[in-house]
Structure formats: structure tokens, C-alpha cells
Design a protein around this ligand. Structure first.
Ligand code: 5GP
Length: 205
């Protein structure tokens, strides 16, 4: 992929710049380190960076959604030494069937999914960090928030590897008051020129 857009990129922005492929329809493919093959070193760095940014928040569970969030969530669960739960997707899920169920429109597959977690895995005492690989319109994260709230738990943080800042998910979640941390935020990307502009990251505290 083409030129560096800023010279203060973090490790994930650099990896995206080197290995990411922009597809038509505003889709970024990062299959060689996150969405198909998993680069454990990058995932580990994402987990440690999220923990650093979430310093001081309470957490006793990590929640993600299958499939690509699981690698990051597992590493973060290891770093915090707390259980990891992943919501499952299904075309039909019945909330009377010992599950919490929420709806999410899939940006990549262009269809409505039901997402669910079995009741024994979410509790009213849970302080949850929600994790996912990408944040676009916020459908997946809002469905996960809904599941935590159905159980009576609290969302204490939302950790994302790649936020597509040109879509509304990030701004909506911040306006709603959630503590959202995204390691790389894309402001724009162009399929024709295969270039990406990242939002300038906040300086390290
Ligand atoms: P949202 O629910 O925020 O609209 O979209 C986030 C979900 O869609 C993520 O779970 C992710 O799997 C998928 N997604 C959205 N945009 C992209 C993208 O550009 N590339 C990839 N690989 N997945 C994406």
C-alpha cells in the first residue's frame, strides 16, 4: 500500500499501511494478521495497549462476537486474567430459550443477524469490556451492549482494533458516553489509490 500519510503512526497503523488491502465498498482487508491468519505478536500488542489505555477501569469479563473478535478478546482476557465470552450469530435465536438475544445488521455480509449469549455466561455483577476487530456503523457493538444490559451488567469499556472513523459507530458510542478506545482510527480510505488517512493519535499519557 502507498505512502505514509503521517510519520507518527503507531504499530497497528503501520501494519495496516503495509499489509492492508482496500476493497470496493469501503472494506479494509487485513486477512494476513487478523481476519484469517493471526499474527500473535500484533494481537498481543493490541491487548497490552488496550489495557494501558483502560488503566483504572473495573473489569471482570471480556465480551466479543464471533469470529474475528475472539483472538483479541482471548489475549485481553489473558492480560486481565478474566473470562472471555463470545456472542454467537444465528439467523434465528429465541430469547425464551435461556439466551439473551439482540439484533445486528452485518456491514460486511449485508444481512440481519441475531446475536446471542447463553444466560449463564452474563450476570448482573459483570463489569464488561467489549472488544471487536472493526468498528464501522456500531451495529455489532450496540448488540453486545444490549446483551450486557439485558443481563443487568455494566459496560465499562469498549476496545477496538480498527475504527473506521468515516462511519458513524465511533461518534455515536462516544456521544452515548461510552469509554471507547480504538488503536487505529481511519479517517478516510481510497480504493483507487489504495491510500489510507489515519486520525492523528492522541499523545501517550
Ligand atoms: P459495525 O457493526 O460496526 O457496522 O461493523 C463492525 C463489524 O463488521 C465487525 O465485527 C467486522 O467484523 C465487520 N466489519 C466492518 N467493516 C469492516 C471492514 O472494513 N473490514 C473487515 N474485515 N470487517 C469489517
Amino acid at each position: 500500500m502507498a505512502n505514509k500519510t503521517i510519520n507518527t503512526m503507531n504499530f497497528l497503523e503501520e501494519k495496516i499501511q503495509t499489509d492492508g488491502v482496500i476493497k470496493e465498498g469501503n472494506i479494509l482487508k487485513i486477512d494476513n494478521f487478523l481476519n484469517h491468519q493471526i499474527d500473535i505478536d500484533i494481537i498481543r500488542q493490541i491487548a497490552y495497549e488496550l489495557k494501558r489505555r483502560f488503566k483504572g477501569i473495573e473489569v471482570n469479563k471480556i465480551l466479543t462476537i464471533e469470529a474475528s473478535g475472539i483472538a483479541i478478546a482471548t489475549m485481553l482476557g489473558d492480560v486481565y486474567d478474566v473470562p472471555v465470552v463470545f456472542a454467537k450469530k444465528s439467523e434465528t435465536a429465541n430469547s425464551t430459550d435461556n439466551k439473551y438475544v439482540a439484533q445486528a445488521y452485518s456491514f460486511t455480509h449485508k444481512k440481519m443477524n441475531q446475536v446471542f449469549v447463553s444466560r449463564p455466561y452474563l450476570h448482573a455483577t459483570d463489569k464488561v469490556i467489549i472488544v471487536d476487530d472493526f468498528l464501522a456503523d456500531g451495529q455489532a457493538v450496540h448488540a453486545l451492549i444490549d446483551l450486557v444490559h439485558q443481563a443487568g451488567g455494566e459496560v465499562t469499556g469498549i476496545g477496538i482494533a480498527v475504527e473506521k472513523g468515516q462511519q458513524k459507530g465511533g461518534s455515536t458510542l462516544r456521544e452515548e458516553g461510552y469509554r471507547l478506545e480504538s488503536i487505529a482510527i481511519i479517517d478516510s480510505m481510497d480504493y483507487e489509490t489504495q491510500t489510507i488517512q489515519f486520525r492523528k493519535s492522541a499523545p501517550r499519557r
